[in-house]
Design a protein. Structure first.
Length: 283
């Protein structure tokens, strides 16, 4: 406000520069998605047109019709939904128990456990791929959704525990004390008192874990042969010949897979913001 009064020209120059920078960053981030949407509505022959002609070429729904008529894509959607939902549900259940213990109780080795969880969450998938493949094959879980769900827990549970632990630490202890005075057991306190308070963090953590499981490619490619998830199905799209790359159907399938994630983020955006910012300020 002082700058606006003392030097209006500099103030408005900073304002204009700020909004120009925001517009440039927004266009830079959204342009790939915009181009993918355009490609999904274009014919195969239009893909080789110059950019301006490509942008204003006639639209068609043939790519989307081809995608939804593909039985492999339909099975991939269902398979991805089952695997992602199962892994998130298990992660939230066990992650909540672990976060409650790590955030509320004091015991020897607590910090070491937290550092181990953090190390596991950033561990590269390729490092455990060989051993995990051997375990899944020996237990008869190859090409089975249970095998994928268990493998996804490697990166969903550590992430869930780490995020929820920081949230549980900031929940007022008076809530638990009041529940214990009323005769509630620790499990009743967790489910009936803390879970409602943790709902923003649970929604945020569950949604982010769901997105990671939904988009996962390496484990799904390695541990399945016929029951493929959507990313693997899209990556294996092939044209009529070996020289034909069906970019239109690939982009259409990618848009179909991305739209549900965007819708979930828009629906739960308030929970996401409150869950990510919870515990950021103490006082």
């Amino acid at each position: 406000m002082n700058l606006q009064r003392t030097n209006p020209g500099l103030y408005w120059l900073q304002r204009i520069g700020f909004y120009v920078l925001v517009i440039i960053i927004t266009l830079y981030l959204l342009f790939p998605f915009f181009w993918a949407v355009l490609t999904s509505f274009r014919k195969a022959g239009d893909l080789f047109l110059p950019p301006l002609q490509f942008m204003f070429a006639p639209s068609t729904l043939a790519n989307y019709q081809q995608v939804f008529a593909n039985a492999s894509f339909q099975r991939g959607l269902l398979f991805s939904l089952v695997v992602a939902t199962g892994s998130v549900a298990i992660s939230l259940l066990f992650g909540s128990f672990a976060a409650y213990a790590l955030g509320r109780f004091r015991f020897r080795g607590k910090q070491a456990i937290m550092y181990i969880i953090l190390a596991v969450s950033v561990f590269p998938q390729i490092a455990v791929l060989g051993g995990l493949f051997t375990l899944i094959r020996n237990f008869g879980l190859f090409n089975n959704p249970i095998g994928l769900i268990l493998s996804y827990l490697i990166f969903t549970i550590p992430f869930t525990v780490w995020v929820l632990t920081s949230f549980v630490r900031d929940i007022p202890g008076e809530l638990e004390e009041a529940a214990l005075v009323d005769g509630a057991s620790p499990l009743q306190t967790l489910f009936q008192v803390l879970f409602p308070v943790m709902m923003p963090a649970l929604v945020t953590t569950g949604l982010l874990a769901f997105i990671n499981a939904w988009n996962e490619y390496l484990f799904a490619l390695t541990f399945t042969s016929s029951n493929r998830t959507v990313p693997v199905v899209i990556a294996n799209y092939s044209g009529a010949t070996q020289y034909d790359q069906p970019w239109g159907p690939i982009m259409a399938a990618s848009i179909v897979v991305t739209v549900p994630l965007i819708a979930l983020v828009l629906i739960f955006q308030r929970n996401i913001v409150s869950g990510l910012t919870a515990g950021a300020v103490k006082g």
